[in-house]
Design a protein around this ligand. Structure first.
Ligand code: GDP
Ligand code: IMO
Ligand code: MG
Length: 423
């Protein structure tokens, strides 16, 4: 049985959580394969809003099993908070949640290191979520990390002590002012570890293999977006994991040959939170309107998201890198009422017109070239089926499908589970 993937194609926050929730009824297992609590995946149903950071977005469905894969980095403290929220809503998460023994742990000192590194960079900071993501993946690839499976061994606290000691020395080396009380952080951490240990730890690659063999359907849930990929994103303004399709293979132990559909999610416009290049960013009334109507504030940090028009040059690149088979367009409702909608179809790159993403997309190098579309006036949020899509929006969708050569199968017209149009 093939494993389907669901990925963000932009700079994150495309609406992955919503669509995973919508699709979960088609799957037996939902598996997160990379990232950590830098993610904020929002689900809305029955008049309630839920934000998940580490836990897969299938957790609200009784029938689905949710796996935190080996490629994910887990902060026990944030994980505990997520579990507490689920308990408040009487969600029986223990029977639906599994954690890979090979997933790495974010230590309190990883968070401090993240803060020290960002502070030391000054204006050149990445705009990290300060969740300790970079330092944890550095320890993973540096072969110093502590994994979930280590918690079942006797000597893990010794390992912890040695690593935390090294981190403190590194923080001192940065020579920037970071206020912290390690004792308090550690008390909270060790309490949270106890809670983490109440969840079942498994050899997840074996579980995935056996589930595939039994014919169980699996959906791999991506975090962040393709332009934040450590290799293919706008480096160094990226996250520290492979957010693209290949990340699902290494982050779950799925063979490339068993990948099925690759669902690519994008907003009808573009947003970015944190620093880094963003060719179609708007600094005018249109940008402010998108931010306001789209409630563009980070689900994890609450920071305002930068907004701009859709960038087809970047979107095409993301579709290719991921091998996207089906597209899902989110937040079309936010563009209602715009007289003109613009799509960037090429870049003016150092005076030349190009249609591929160059190595360096710094603002002074790249100027977007736009194709304009007539906007639609209709409120889309009450729409129930594809026959109600206004002509102007259909024209927009047709254009994107033709350019990307991939069908747009879902048009999302509001945050709620129900506000989802299948085409
Ligand atoms: P994720 O990180 O990809 O899961 O996305 P986020 O949850 O961080 O951000 C998406 C935001 O848009 C959330 O607040 C969602 O509730 C909201 N959202 C998702 N789809 C739609 C949509 O079609 N229309 C509107 N207006 N909001 C949406
Ligand atoms: P979801 O899964 C949007 C951004 C940060 C920063 C950069 C590096 O909700 O789409 P990090 O904390 O990973 O070191 O930050 O990546 N970033 C995200 N932006 N959505 C996310 O996740 C993000 N996760 C990280 O803002 O620019
Ligand atoms: Mg998000």
């Amino acid at each position: 049985m093939a494993v389907d993937l669901l990925l963000g194609l932009q700079w994150g926050d495309e609406g992955k959580g919503k669509i995973v929730d919508v699709l979960t009824s088609n799957y037996k297992i939902i598996a997160r394969f990379q990232g950590g609590p830098n993610a904020g995946h929002t689900l809305v149903f029955n008049g309630m809003k839920h934000v998940l950071h580490t836990i897969p977005s299938g957790i609200f469905h009784e029938e689905a099993m949710n796996l935190v894969g080996n490629g994910v980095v887990i902060d026990p403290v944030i994980f505990k908070k997520e579990l507490d929220k689920l308990s408040e809503q009487n969600i029986d998460y223990k029977s639906r949640l599994l954690i890979s023994r090979k997933a790495h742990l974010i230590l309190p000192t990883h968070r401090l290191l993240d803060a020290a590194s960002e502070t030391s960079k000054g204006k050149a900071k990445i705009g990290s979520t300060l969740k300790g993501i970079g330092p944890t993946y550095m320890d993973k690839t540096g072969r110093n990390g502590i994994r979930v499976g280590d918690l079942e061994l006797q000597d893990w606290k010794e390992k912890y002590r040695a690593l935390a000691k090294k981190h403190i020395a590194m923080i001192d080396f940065y020579n920037v002012k970071i206020d912290y009380n390690l004792e308090e952080l550690e008390t909270e951490f060790f309490e949270a570890i106890k809670v983490l240990k109440s969840i079942k730890f498994i050899d997840s690659e074996e579980y995935i293999y056996q589930s595939q063999k039994k014919g169980q359907s699996i959906l791999a849930e991506g975090a962040q977006g393709s332009l934040l990929d450590i290799d293919f994103g706008t480096y160094p303004f990226v996250t520290s994991s492979n957010t693209t399709a290949a990340g699902a293979c290494t982050g779950l132990g799925v063979a490339p040959s068993s990948i099925g559909d690759v669902f690519g999610i994008f907003k009808a416009y573009t947003t970015r939170v944190g620093s880094g290049p963003f060719p179609t960013e708007l600094f005018d009334e249109d940008g402010a309107k998108i931010a306001k109507v789209g409630h563009e504030f980070g689900a994890t940090t609450g920071r305002p998201r930068r907004c701009g028009w859709l960038d087809l040059v970047a979107l095409k690149y993301a579709c290719r890198v991921n091998g996207v088979t089906q597209l899902m367009m989110m937040k079309g409702d936010v563009l209602s009422g715009f007289k003109t909608i613009k799509v960037c179809t090429a870049y003016n790159y150092k005076g030349e017109t190009i249609t591929h993403l160059p190595y360096n997309i710094e603002e002074h190098n790249v100027k977007p070239i736009y194709t304009e579309f007539k906007g639609w006036k209709e409120d889309l949020t009450e729409m129930e089926n594809a026959s109600q899509i206004p002509q102007e929006l259909n024209d927009y969708i047709d254009f994107l499908e033709k350019e990307l050569e991939i069908p747009i199968k879902i048009v999302s017209v509001g945050p709620d589970r129900k506000q989802t149009i299948f085409r």
